[in-house]
Structure formats: structure tokens, C-alpha cells
Design a protein around this ligand. Sequence first.
Ligand code: NAD
Length: 255
Amino acid sequence: MDLGLTGKVAMVTGASRGLGRAMAHALADEGVHVSVCARTRDALNQAVAALTKAGSAIGFVGDVTKPDDAQRWVDETVKKFGGIDVLVNNAGTARPGALAELPESAWQEQFDLNLFAPIRLARLCAGHMEKRGGGSIINIGSIYGRESGGPLAYNASKAALHSFTKMLAREYAPKNIRVNTIAPGSILTPGGIWEQLFRENPAFEKDFIGHEMPAGRLGRPDEVAFAVVMLASPRASWITGTNIPVDGAQGRSIL
Ligand code: NAD
């Protein structure tokens, strides 16, 4: 099936490693011009070098929680590729801690990256998508934004992101801009948090998989990236305002 993505332009936040990197590769494989952003130059350069082997890509070193960086990244993308069709708000962080352990600044940091950065980038990109006749905004949430679980501030910020996504989808439907959330379950990424936790405590790995993962394993980045490609495609024209778990039935929510 031709997904109609050849020549489209996509921006992916947090693409120097983990899920974002897999998403950028999956889009590049479909012929998408990819603009990726991360904070660390070396890691970003490596990611862009790998991406340009598959297709056309540019990298921007910046922090999406900083309004000036976000604006410059959008401007550079439009200058290089002529417009924007797809925005993937992938960068996110999970700060552990119970209520009494988390200072106000930790809540602010969590919401700055997981909620306010996606809001800012959606605002900056929507006008460019409108000029192209439509587009797709994909926000990466979590199963722990659909149901209780995970760290407290993380869960609250991801639930807020899911809520924002639904409202924005209704607002932008008349302009043919689709807005969806993907809610990954636990995904094993090279050097990522799960790999670290399991290396430090192999007994925890066995216990966690036994209790939480019905398929007997964690998910893979390419399994989440596939859902991104599907939502990015204009063929998903009637899929908007939804929240798609990609979790191997890890989540317990029936909604
Ligand atoms: P990760 O920590 O491995 O990678 C995050 C990426 O975001 C990195 O490239 C990092 O440089 C970048 N980043 C962080 N802060 C940034 C900032 N301020 N500006 C620009 N870039 C920034 O994360 P991951 O595990 O690949 O997760 C990606 C997304 O998926 C996150 O939103 C996360 O909450 C969500 N998620 C992950 C899992 C999982 O099990 N890995 C599960 C559910 C949801």
C-alpha cells in the first residue's frame, strides 16, 4: 500500500535515541523529509548521519522547552523543506517521586516537557500545516496517562496531554489537521530506562515481565514507530482525536 508520505515533511522531537530515533527512521523509510531535534549535538549528529543514509534529514540542536529554540527549529525546517506536514511530539521525561518528595520545580519541569512543549510546537506548526491543506500532529503519551500507574507527576502530565490532544483534534478538524495520541506501554530501547533497571536488578526484570507484560516481553521501538507512520499518512484521514495504546495488552483500561 502506498501511504502517500513520499515528499512530506515531518518534525520529530527527541530523536537522538530511543523511540524518537525509530520514528524518524520509519518516516524516512517512507520517503519523508525528516527534521529532528535533540539537546545533545554529538548524539544528534550521529542520528542525522544514519537518517541521511535512508533519505533526507536535518538536525537542530535545541531544547523544546525553550520558546526561542522551538521557533528557530520550525523556521529552519520551513526554510529547508518548504513547509510542515507532520509534527511528532515525542520528547518526554518521567521524574519519579511521591507528592511529599517532589518540589514545585520538579512538577514544572515535568509539565514543561511533557505538556507545554507539545502545545507550543502545535501552535507554531498548525499555521504551516494549514497552508499545505492539512497535516497530522502526533503526541506521544503513555498508557500511564490513560489509567493509574507510573510516577505521579508523569501520569498527570501525560493525562493532560491526552486531554489537550482530544480538544485540539475537534478544533482543527475543519482545517484537515488531525491530532492523535499514541500511548506506548513499556518499550525496551538501547540504553533506555528499562535496560538500565533490568541490568541493575535482573530479578526485577523477571518479576515485572511476569506481572505486567502478558506477551512475556517489553515492546520494541519499531512497533511504536509503525503507529506513528500510520497516523502520519493521509490515508488515516478519518482517524483523529483518538488515543492508540501500543502496549501488547499491558494496559488495563477498557477505554
Ligand atoms: P528517552 O529518554 O530514551 O529519549 C528522549 C529523547 O528526548 C532524547 O533524544 C532526548 O535527548 C530528548 N529530549 C529530552 N528532553 C528534551 C528537550 N527538552 N528538548 C529536546 N529534546 C529532548 O525516551 P524514550 O524512552 O524514547 O521515550 C520517548 C517518549 O515515549 C517519551 O515521551 C516517553 O514518555 C514516552 N514513553 C516511553 C515509554 C518507554 O517505555 N520507553 C513508555 C511510555 C511512553
